[in-house]
Design a protein around this ligand. Structure first.
Ligand code: COA
Ligand code: ZN
Length: 268
């Protein structure tokens, strides 16, 4: 299992042992014998992940981490200098793209970028943009698009501007969050998500999901998730309860809770 970015916690399962030496006196002799005992403590794989989202530029970063603070400061300055955010990218209609959803007005389309050679450049540009937006390690998404990760992209018809992306992979199991995930009331506070450490069956994992800051709360992430469920496994529509998420940022947690229509969701 992956442990990523600044929020990744220990995800080992089972019992973890810590050795301690215990002194015991024998009843018969009164002789003091030193015995080595092993103190067992249960590590159920609980994980704690904390991210913050800048209310102005929308970047997700680990507050207090010097590298992340620096990345944020640079990104924030560039974002303010360019209302579109830096690195706005476009995706023209092309072979190898399957249009899998269009909104009612026809001004936004969602395409699946099949893993064919012709799409490598487009997949690289989109995945690297999302890595930057989410402060993920370089190539954390892109490298996996060469393997099992599939790319879905939302494109605005006018100007072919990319306004959303989702990277999905097939999964076998994930972990259910504990009920009562705390969603902070402040846009700059982090969210804490813990999981049980007990594996449950899952069909697909959302490695990353992102929508352009100016296009949020218009249902685009929801549509990308619907599209992913219908198009990831041929001939099978994945149930929303079989979807798991990595990187539960605060907005991602809110989305997952709303999308799964539950007080828990799966993480991996
Ligand atoms: C998380 C993210 C992808 C959501 O995209 P979106 O297109 O705005 O989401 P949708 O409009 O489809 O939201 C669907 C529902 O999810 C919930 N939701 C989504 N974002 C939310 C937020 N920031 N706060 C509270 N609820 C939210 C709402 O219930 C929403 O329905 P509503 O708008 O009718 O109330 C977007 O905020 C984003 O890119 N954030 C930065 C990157 C990030 O954190 N990615 C998640 C990694 S786990
Ligand atoms: Zn900022």
């Amino acid at each position: 299992m992956d442990s990523i970015g600044t929020g990744g916690g220990t995800k080992s399962e089972g019992a973890r042992a810590s050795a301690s030496t215990v002194t015991k006196a024998t009843a018969k002799t009164g002789e003091v014998v030193k015995k080595k005992r092993t103190q067992m403590c249960l590590d159920l794989g609980q994980s704690t992940m904390r991210h913050e989202t800048c209310p102005k530029c929308g970047l997700v970063y680990a507050k207090g981490e010097p590298d992340d603070e620096k990345t944020h400061a640079q990104y924030h300055a560039k974002f303010l200098a360019n209302a579109d955010g830096y690195g706005a990218i476009t995706l023209k209609p092309d072979d190898g793209q399957s249009v899998v959803w269009e909104n009612a007005d026809g001004d936004v389309r969602c395409v699946r970028l099949d893993a064919v050679k012709a799409n490598t450049g487009a997949i690289e540009r989109v995945s690297k943009k999302v890595e930057r937006e989410l402060s993920l390690p370089e190539n954390w998404i892109f490298d996996q698009t060469k393997n099992q990760v599939r790319t879905f992209v939302c494109v605005e018809k006018k100007g072919n501007r990319v306004i959303g992306a989702l990277f999905a992979e097939k999964l076998r199991q994930a972990f259910r969050t504990l009920p009562g995930v705390k969603l902070s009331t402040s846009a700059t506070e982090g969210t804490i998500v813990s999981h049980s450490g007990i594996p449950e069956s899952a069909r697909c994992g959302v490695r990353a999901i992102w929508t352009q800051s100016t296009a949020r709360r218009r249902g685009l992430a929801r549509e990308m998730l619907n599209t992913m469920r219908a198009h990831l496994v041929p001939g099978y529509v994945i149930a929303s309860k079989e979807c798991a998420f990595t990187q539960p940022t605060e907005a991602g947690t809110a989305l997952a809770l709303a999308y799964c229509d539950s007080d828990t969701f799966l993480v991996y």
